[in-house]
Design a protein around this ligand. Sequence first.
Ligand SMILES: [Zn+2]
Ligand SMILES: [Zn+2]
Length: 314
Amino acid sequence: MMRMTVLASGSKGNSTVIATHRTRILVDAGLSCREILRRMNVAGEDPRSLDAILITHEHQDHVQGVAVLARKLGIPVYFTEMTHRAWVRWLHPRKRMTYAEWLRQRQQGSATASENANIPVAAAATTVIDEPDAELCEAASPERDPAALPAVAYFEAGKRFVVGDIDVEPFTIPHDAADPVGFVFEGDGVRIGFATDLGYMAANARQALRRCDLLMLESNHDTEMLRDGPYPWSVKQRVMSRVGHLSNEAAAEFLERNYDGQAAYVILAHLSESNNLPALARVSAERALCDRMSLLANKLLLAEQDQPLAAISL
Ligand SMILES: [Zn+2]
Ligand SMILES: [Zn+2]
């Protein structure tokens, strides 16, 4: 059995738990550490049981709490090397330190693991968590390297790797980040596809998302609302571009033309609060799926920004 719990989805923060009975992964940590812990408690997920954090890309709404949470729980963080670099650079904006220098400095203090390795969790770092209060998440200290992590593991888009008994297939997505990825997770015979933050449905993403039992797909904006909405033109162009975000219309086109209709659940995700309405995203996807909606497949859910979705078990 696999379980998926969306803790948050949208431009103010993204985080999702993917679990088998043995392994628990957090995909992205785009809320504060404290808020992630709070939502995990609300959703009935035990933070102490997390084995790893996987990062899709370095945008703030996907990484905000990653360092503090990983240190708190003593668990490794998986990035592509380019995403890790971009994240480190972003955290050290004023320091003139090259990545190689930073890595040398870090290696004195923490283990850096190579791709596909099974990463031992740093010993003695796990703290018992009872309540998600201020003490759980350390205050920012000026001496501490903000990019310090208990362990870092690198993966590459297109190369499968394993975390515990979950098979992870990262695939490249078109988005304006250093090396952004979507994921397909497989465990206990269940396949979960995960694709948000993508400018369009590229052929490799369409291919990766076949045969999924659960599909989480971006439905970011309504094109008309975006065009007529409050964003400056440069931001509108960015969102609409080939490396921006997937519109309701583009998500519907994928669901209608390319999707194989096999998922028990389709979750629409990363909805814009300014340029979309849940009802618009839902109607657009329902229209695309209308012939294939049944009691068994394509139950449509909308991921939310402000509260976790109930856990889905398959
Ligand atoms: Zn995002
Ligand atoms: Zn992004």
